[in-house]
Design a protein around this ligand. Structure first.
Ligand code: HDE
Length: 734
């Protein structure tokens, strides 16, 4: 025993206490830094580069062990034309590491994009919760990851799907994760159904198609049978399923949470993120085009906006409900995650501001390795008995074990709490901490009783909430049985044009199914939502519209659920300035400056790359007629006649033959699509022929012909604030 490193009572060690200490003592002295010696070259000069980040700014290539290398392009061979030697330790290290570069992608939400930022608390929630980060004037660093749900890591951004909106707050009291979606309700009421709904929406298991789509038999088979999914499904079929940008999405905590104030009083809340730029969507055709022309549409949009200083912002708000024993508000069961509470009944009260202002440095290290967990809660915020949330409390920890390879994922830099960590969790795969002390257990005397339990003023609060009386059973309350009233409420809250889009989405998705019985069953479900919706979809499918078989209680519409009708800031909107060699560059520059001053991003779209006029290096093409794609632009300004450029491809020529032949076919296509998607199009008189070739009615709402720069800028900005010229959509009455 004499060579044991720590001997109670030995000279130089802390005196051995006879009983378990009751007071915290001074912490143990820190060990020497285990970083190893400073990085120096064999010549004694520093290498440069940061050894901790292993970045690429060091002077020389080394092995993982830091040995400088002279050649990484040739294997070590027995003769120039001979076999490669097993001895080549550099080859083996390089290839072995490469072989293991991938980790399992997330089973859901595999494709994502993320950013760093800050959360500034207004302090308005201080009366509801003692959570430190929600007190007045507290700013907390955050990392937010947005995602699609269904597709795999390499799928497209603009598919019709729910979007994840997960926020990690690195608070001074520990990490709080708000792991939400852009849709306020969920497909299922009980976590035990999650594998079912996910298996149904994922590609068919035999041939693994379709990728990132719900438009197939297994999804509609499930949701038409499991009708509690109908509410979430109608949100997906509405324009909410195809957001314009992550920056223009709402976020929802979905479940009801419980807040605890300093005096112990509790309230029930639902969390909402409200984007400062408003809630906007793509059209279905835009979403499909973008999935082909730019599968990274949302990822790019977020990264570019942040890089250009258009930092997206969301207000965090709460709907607050009394913590009554039944946990029901205005007849709505707060523990049922398929129900929302209309904002007209419980307004969203703002409690803080989120700003995203920094892109990740390394996608894998941050966006891929970030691990969210609904059980990452802080003092003052607790969960409720929502059976979906209860199951999630298990799943998020469990999934990281296979995804990140063991239980030490909170030690990864992106997951590291910003609060001191004093746990007694030890060892395991990928352990990087060098724990000090000999007694990772409680009670102990050998580490002076450390770590001590925190006092009531510091510790996480498990609210002593009453557990409902009852027997142990696999069942749910009767209030969960209403699957249609809020679906109807959502449908009735939409404007006619939004209803038309939703009906088209159902028709498209069911039109992709093969089984007649599935289509008929979903039509039956729609009959319970609205007879008009059911009839429109049935007509599109060429099937009879069934009559409802159950009575669905009516719910008043909730106008806040519509995305149409308000004016929003235009920051970060993108306008294409379509120019050619005949364009008056002074007009172009004046329009560009006016838009730029309003926070809009004008991009010059020219026949080729480079300057339009060698004498004007201030006007350079950012897109060419070949690379421009209409989904990228929120509006167009046509600044020239767009005569066909020599590289216009024959296939385009053929399509645009006839009346438009004197306009470049790629420009015609760009304008046609923008017009069809109800975007604003302004044209100087010299470009009137482009409008004609594209079939644009110069009198249509959102179309302007003229050369007065301030009128062009003002009209465009006013239109952009509305998102689209909604009147241009053929809103067939449904
Ligand atoms: Fe998730 N979910 N989920 N989910 N979820 C995951 O965790 C799960 C649910 C949400 O950007 C997984 O780390 C179950 C609702 C987001 O990293 C996994 C149930 C809501 C993200 C998991 C749900 C969400 C996830 C996969 C039903 C909105 C991405 C990888 C009980 C409130 C987070 C991972 C990120 C990710 C399980 C339902 C949102 C498997 C069992 C409801 C935003 O643990």
């Amino acid at each position: 025993m004499t060579d044991s490193p720590v001997q109670p009572g030995a000279p130089g060690s802390a005196p051995a206490p006879l009983e378990e200490p009751t007071e915290p003592r001074e912490p143990l002295p820190p060990k020497d830094a285990s970083d190893g010696p400073a990085a120096v070259s064999p010549t004694g000069r520093p290498w440069g580069g940061d050894p901790a980040t292993r970045s690429q700014d060091g002077a020389f290539l080394t092995t993982a062990g830091g040995v400088p290398l002279r050649d990484t392009d040739h294997s070590l061979k027995a003769g120039r034309r001979g076999p490669t030697l097993l001895q080549d330790h550099h080859l083996r290290e390089k290839i072995t590491h490469f072989d293991h570069e991938r980790i399992p992608e997330r089973v859901v939400h595999a494709r994502g994009a993320a950013a760093h930022g800050r959360f500034e608390s207004y302090g308005t929630a201080a009366r509801l919760t003692c959570a430190q980060f929600l007190q007045p004037d507290v700013t907390t660093p955050v990392f937010v990851r947005f995602s699609t749900v269904v597709g795999s890591r390499g799928s497209a951004d603009t598919v019709r799907d729910t979007r994840g909106f997960a926020t990690k707050f690195y608070t001074a009291e520990g990490t709080f994760d708000l792991v939400g979606n852009n849709i306020p309700v969920f497909f299922i009421q009980d976590a035990i159904k999650f594998p079912d709904v996910v298996h149904a929406v994922k590609p068919h298991p035999d041939v693994e198609i379709p990728q990132a789509q719900s438009a197939h038999d297994t999804f509609w088979d499930f949701v038409s049978l499991h009708t509690e999914a109908q509410h979430h499904t109608i949100w997906n079929m509405s324009d909410r399923g195809i957001p314009r940008s992550y920056r223009t999405m709402e976020g929802f905590g979905v479940h009801t949470f419980r807040l605890v104030a300093d005096d112990g009083t509790t309230s029930l809340v639902k969390f909402h993120w409200k984007p400062k730029l408003g809630v906007h969507s793509l059209t279905w055709e835009e979403a499909q085009l973008a999935a082909g022309t730019d599968p990274d549409f949302h990822r790019r949009d977020l990264a570019l906006a942040i890089e250009h200083g258009a930092h997206p912002q969301w207000e965090l708000g709460v709907q607050v409900f009394p913590d009554t024993e039944d946990q029901v508000f205005e007849g709505i069961d707060l523990l049922d995650p398929t129900k929302l509470v209309p904002e007209e009944l419980a307004p969203v009260q703002p409690i803080g501001l989120l700003t995203l202002d920094r892109n990740p440095r390394n996608y894998f290290a941050e966006t891929e390795q970030v691990a969210f967990h609904v059980g990452h809660l802080v003092r003052g915020i607790d969960v409720t008995d929502d059976p979906l949330l209860q199951g999630r409390l298990f799943s998020y920890l469990d999934t990281q074990l296979s995804r990140l390879g063991g239980p030490n994922f909170t030690q990864l830099p992106i997951n590291r709490p910003h609060a001191p960590v004093n746990d007694m969790l030890r060892d395991g795969m990928h352990q990087t901490a060098d724990h000090i002390g000999v007694a990772p257990y409680k009670p102990n005397t050998l580490d002076g009783g450390c770590p001590f339990h925190a006092g009531a003023d510091l510790a996480f609060i498990d609210v002593p909430a009453r557990v409902a009386d009852g027997v142990k059973e696999r069942a749910q309350p009767a209030s969960y049985d209403d699957h249609f009233s809020q679906v109807r409420m959502f449908w009735r809250s939409l404007t006619p044009v939004e209803q038309a889009h939703t009906a088209q989405a159902y028709t498209f998705e069911l039109g992709k199914c093969f089984e007649q019985a599935i289509k008929e069953r979903q039509l039956q479900a729609l009959a319970h939502v609205d007879a008009g919706l059911c009839a429109t979809v049935a007509a599109g499918l060429g099937l009879p519209a069934p009559a409802p078989t159950v009575e669905v209680p009516d719910a008043a519409p909730s106008p806040t659920l519509s995305q149409v009708g308000e004016r929003w800031p235009v920051d970060g909107r993108v306008v294409g300035l379509v120019a050619d060699p005949t364009t008056d560059l002074d007009v172009l520059v004046a329009v560009r400056d006016a838009l730029d001053a309003a926070g809009v991003l004008p991009l010059v779209v020219a026949p080729t790359g480079g300057p339009l006029d060698p004498a004007r290096p201030d006007v350079v093409a950012q897109r060419t007629w070949l690379t421009a794609a209409s989904p990228e632009f929120d509006a167009l300004v046509l600044l020239g006649a767009a005569a066909p450029a020599p590289d216009a491809r024959p296939s385009f020529d053929a399509k645009a033959g006839g009346p438009g032949a004197d306009v470049d076919p790629r420009v015609v296509l760009l304008v046609q699509q923008a017009y069809r998607h109800a975007k604003s199009v302004a044209a100087v008189p010299a470009a009137a022929g482009v409008l004609a070739a594209a079939g644009v009615d110069p009198q249509a709402p959102g179309v302007l012909v003229g050369d007065d720069v301030s009128t062009i800028a003002e009209t465009l900005l006013a239109q952009l604030a509305l998102h689209r010229a909604w009147e241009r959509f053929p809103a067939t009455a449904v």
